[in-house]
Design a protein around this ligand. Structure first.
Ligand SMILES: Nc1ncnc2c1ncn2[C@@H]1O[C@H](COP(=O)(O)OP(=O)(O)OP(=O)(O)O)[C@@H](O)[C@H]1O
Length: 292
């Protein structure tokens, strides 16, 4: 039996599905695509994504935030838009959702956000298998009227799973910010996340250490609750940038429950740390763009 050469699959209009095609078109309008991830849950990844986006808005940038944590979406609540009504518009042969614009106490911001958290009641789990999650994620990218953005921030689920692979293979990320806490267990998992981003050839990878220390409200001394300097050591070992440390700030938890990012509380140590880290990130990305 002779095996025939397969026919060429290079047929115009075929090969790439229309949704992926729409994502490719949309991403041309986003200057920087930045993913926020962590090897381990609960280290403050969403807190970092939300505050990074708000700090960028404070610096005058237009920002989109995609909550890619389909199974545990918290971003909408942290921005206070979990009850926002999602409108849709017909565009040619499909519908596109209009992302809600974040406002803080009536003050409109240049932040648009999309999250599964806006589409399901707060107490309902999303019990979907991989293929459905992948489709939902792609729709949150390609079937949303994001428009022109300076930054698209993507809050990934914890770990190194399927959903991260899907987005990283679909979009050409400019940067991956890996969030860790200083403990050994968190650092082991963070190393895996850093290596995944290296394998996916993301051009800029950096570590942020969250919950680094606590300032005693009574004596003002710095207390290293979870050890010291782990994030910086990991960044050195993996040969990636270290963007900085964010202290434990009781106001951060309070603020995120109220839907107000801590970075808006100007006088807090966490707000100052977020602003400095964001400025450092912008400088790095601008430098990289110039070199290209
Ligand atoms: N620097 C900080 N100071 C005080 N509380 C913080 C800080 N960072 C995060 N938190 C709080 O820790 C909790 C977990 O944070 P967050 O939801 O951002 O973590 P996560 O890594 O995204 O979690 P998940 O595993 O669900 O994705 C939240 O209540 C948040 O307000």
């Amino acid at each position: 039996m002779t095996i025939k050469t397969p026919p060429s699959l290079n047929i115009p209009g075929f090969g790439v599905d229309p949704l992926t095609q729409r994502i490719k078109e949309k991403e041309k309008k986003w200057k920087y695509k930045v993913a926020v991830l962590s090897g381990k849950g609960g280290v403050g990844k969403s807190t970092v994504a939300v505050n990074l986006a708000t700090a960028l808005a404070k610096l005058g940038y237009f920002v989109g935030v995609l909550d890619a944590d389909v199974h545990g979406p918290n971003v909408a609540k942290m921005f206070g838009v979990e009850k926002a009504e999602i409108l849709a518009e017909k565009v040619n042969d499909h519908f596109e959702m209009i992302p809600p614009v974040v406002d803080f106490m009536g003050q409109v911001t240049p932040i648009k956000v999309m999250s599964m958290g806006m589409m399901v009641p707060e107490d309902q789990p999303i019990i979907w298998r991989g293929a459905l999650v992948t489709k939902a994620l792609k729709q949150l990218l390609g079937d949303v009227k994001w428009g022109e953005l300076d930054f698209m921030i993507i809050d990934f689920p914890p770990g190194t799973g399927d959903q991260i692979l899907t987005v990283t293979q679909t979009l050409k990320l400019d940067a991956a910010i890996v969030v860790t806490t200083p403990q050994e267990v968190a650092l082991l998992d963070t190393g895996k996340a850093v290596n995944m981003m290296k394998q996916m050839e993301v051009p800029y990878i950096a570590v942020i250490e969250n919950m680094s220390y606590l300032i005693c409200p009574h004596c003002g001394n710095k207390i290293d609750l979870f050890g010291e300097g782990g994030g910086e050591k990991l960044a050195k070992k993996e040969n990636v940038d270290f963007l900085g440390k964010i202290p434990i700030d009781p106001k951060a938890r309070e603020a995120s429950d109220l839907g107000i990012p801590i970075v808006l509380y100007d006088d807090t140590p966490a707000a100052k740390a977020f602003m400095e880290i964001t400025q450092r990130l912008v400088e790095k990305l601008e430098e990289m763009k110039k070199e290209q």
